[in-house]
Design a protein around this ligand. Structure first.
Ligand code: SIN
Length: 280
């Protein structure tokens, strides 16, 4: 297996490996897992594998989960379709960590390209450990004990009817997570606000709020500043898809953005999402 590091901060492409072999090969799995923790996202080309192989590879890392809005591939629990057609139903063209609206968001995901436009439809990943590391010291202090609410309603619920949206929220109520989480395996600190983050829940303290103006506008300016860090190119890698390209990412340590520049061409991806633990 050859390892080609793609940027100084995130991403490596691995060649000379078939993901179909990982389900049966413990040492290959251990090597890929260590590389994932180091590079945050790994890319593989020409993986002419079956859906069973895709699911089996992802399951080496943990149990899989479905999604309340995206369709599951019929017959393959844990494997969802991400299909964009001329309807232009884009959701993923924002920097995000998958499903941070869950009490225990996924620890990772394996995305395989089934078909894609000749040009466009790239995905960008961001190293949120680097994003935290480079924050100004006074911001690090200010956010060290903050918690933020995360919800599904204002993204996936936005085009639903009121009844459908209320049902979505009943099933997936707001959760709160630390703004700075600790990676469960490496112990690294990670900046963990996403577009699912709605507001801080413990900002209104005498240190932060002297006047009303400090409260809502002050907190939302800080939240927006933190969200903007994911857009810094120095923390990013950008990947051009081809059919049978595969990416696996660490969903705790990264965010990603699916660039939606290819409409009306279709793009079809399948994602196996690996369950994670409660952030701390
Ligand atoms: C996702 O947000 O998990 C999908 C990314 C993509 O379609 O490139």
């Amino acid at each position: 297996m050859q390892i080609n590091q793609l940027t100084c901060s995130i991403g490596a492409e691995l060649t000379g490996v078939s993901l179909a072999d990982v389900a049966r090969d413990d040492s290959l799995y251990a090597e890929i897992k260590a590389l994932l923790l180091k590079h945050r996202v790994l890319f593989f080309r020409d993986q002419d594998i079956t859906r069973e192989d895709h699911v089996a590879f992802a399951r080496r890392f943990g149990d899989l989960e479905d999604h309340p809005v995206n369709n599951t591939v019929p017959g393959y629990p844990g494997l969802i379709e991400i299909y964009k057609s001329e309807k232009r139903d884009h959701f993923e063209n924002t920097y995000h960590s998958d499903a941070s609206w869950r009490p225990s968001p996924p620890k990772g995901a394996v995305l395989r390209c089934i078909s894609c436009p000749d040009v466009g439809g790239d995905t960008i990943w961001v190293n949120m450990v680097e994003a935290y590391k480079h924050l100004p010291e006074e911001i690090k202090q200010k956010i060290s004990h903050l918690r933020a609410k995360h919800g599904i309603e204002h993204s996936f619920g936005a085009i639903m009817s009121t009844e459908e949206r209320e049902e979505l929220v009943r099933k997936h109520p707001l959760v709160d997570h630390p703004v700075v989480r600790t990676h469960p395996e490496t112990g690294e600190k990670i900046l963990y606000v996403t577009p699912f983050s709605t507001h801080f829940i413990n900002y209104h303290t005498p240190e932060n709020v002297r006047f009303g103006q400090d409260k809502t506008p002050g907190a939302s300016l800080l939240l927006n500043y933190l969200l903007s860090q994911a857009a810094i190119p120095e923390y990013q890698v950008r990947f051009r898809w081809r059919p049978n390209s595969v990416a696996i990412w660490d969903n705790a340590a990264t965010q990603h953005y699916a660039v939606s520049d290819y409409w009306p061409a279709p793009r079809r991806m399948e994602r196996a999402t690996i369950m994670g633990d409660r952030p701390f």
